[in-house]
Design a protein around this ligand. Structure first.
Ligand SMILES: Cc1cc2nc3c(=O)[nH]c(=O)nc-3n(C[C@H](O)[C@H](O)[C@H](O)COP(=O)(O)O)c2cc1C
Length: 217
């Protein structure tokens, strides 16, 4: 019997009411499922930057390949001195390799991340100024910032890690000498959160760091 004709027994006695109710349920479901993604999609750059933070508490959920590729693409398009792009991104997803590399850093929380990106600098490729200054670290830093911000925009957590044993990491990965392991970047779904307005007290005030027209000391 037609669902809509059973007025005495069925709650949805009229098709319009049925459509409205179904739409509300669908809306609630989509909102719950995609609210985080939507939040970041609609953010301007400053808000995105404010929402990035060093997360050290991760869920073990795997990271979708599509999201990983977007993060890596953000790194790929980063600017570099003379456009020399002296970077290599090694994505560690294999549990055994990931744990071996994580052992070069003393904190246990790194091991929980489902993905760790090892970012290496190629000193044979980076631009050197006339006075010899190697711009490799600067280029790598920009690329890592792109990685972290894209991850944030996808609702994912990261944390720069430079305080690891780079020599041991190099040995584990069997890297050639011209490649320097510069940072480890865990990528994970966060199991923590921070207040995006924390910079009010966690960063220096603008007056302390900005000088207009000349530097006064
Ligand atoms: C170059 C660099 C190296 C860092 N190395 C580490 C590290 O080895 N371990 C760690 O827990 N955090 C590390 N951090 C994260 C900083 O502690 C963090 O960015 C800083 O305290 C500001 O906090 P926020 O990232 O949450 O805004 C590093 C950050 C940068 C930029």
């Amino acid at each position: 019997m037609n669902l809509f004709l059973r007025q005495d027994k069925c709650h949805f006695y009229n098709p319009i009411e049925f459509v409205i109710s179904a739409s509300i349920i669908l809306y609630c479901f989509l909102r719950k499922t995609f609210s985080k993604t939507l939040k970041y999609c609609m953010m301007d750059f400053l808000n995105l930057a404010k929402n990035r933070y060093s997360s050290r508490n991760y869920k073990t959920n795997p990271i979708e390949e599509e999201k990983l590729l977007k993060i890596l693409e953000a790194g790929r398009i980063a600017p570099s001195a003379a456009n020399l792009q002296p970077w290599i991104f090694i994505v560690l997803r294999n549990e055994e390799m990931k744990l071996r590399v994580a052992s070069t850093y003393r904190k246990e929380w790194l091991r929980v991340a489902p993905v760790i990106i090892l970012i290496c600098g190629d000193h044979t490729k980076s631009w050197k100024r006339n006075d010899g200054k190697d711009h490799c670290d600067i280029d790598i830093s920009i690329a890592i910032d792109h990685l972290t911000l894209e991850a944030t925009s996808l609702g994912l957590a990261t944390c720069w890690i430079c305080n690891f044993d780079a020599k041991k990491c190099s040995e584990i990965m069997n890297l050639p000498t011209h490649l320097e392991p510069i940072a480890l970047l865990p990528v994970a779904y966060p199991a923590d959160s921070v207040d995006p307005e924390r910079h009010c007290f966690q960063r220096k005030k603008l007056e302390e760091i900005v000088f207009w027209d000349n530097y006064k000391y």
